[in-house]
Design a protein around this ligand. Structure first.
Ligand code: ZN
Length: 94
């Protein structure tokens, strides 16, 4: 499946969140994938979150996370950044 990665500029907008994403990127695993979406697990020290990528959605709905921050802000969170960085740096392959 082709994954549309987020542009670096979009991830770096909030420096603190980006740095958190960099740290979390070493704990990213693929949970499962289907023809239309991929489920990732981001394993942090205290929390574990589920990030989903939807190949058939567009714009900011393509990447979604189950964390509270994402639910409240509806913007890319540190977990989504972590998955994007892990894919970019070939730490995981989908
Ligand atoms: Zn999140």
């Amino acid at each position: 499946m082709h994954i549309e990665l987020l542009p670096i500029e979009a991830m770096e907008k909030d420096g603190k969140r980006y740095i958190k994403g960099v740290h979390l990127s070493s704990g990213v695993k693929i949970d499962y994938s289907t023809a239309k979406h991929i489920s990732f697990i981001v394993d942090g020290e205290e929390t574990k979150h589920n990030v989903m990528y939807f190949a058939d959605k567009f714009g900011d709905k393509q990447w979604q996370c189950d964390c509270k921050w994402y639910a409240l802000q509806n913007k890319i969170c540190s977990h989504i950044i972590a998955v994007n960085l892990a894919l970019r740096n070939n730490k995981i392959s989908a």
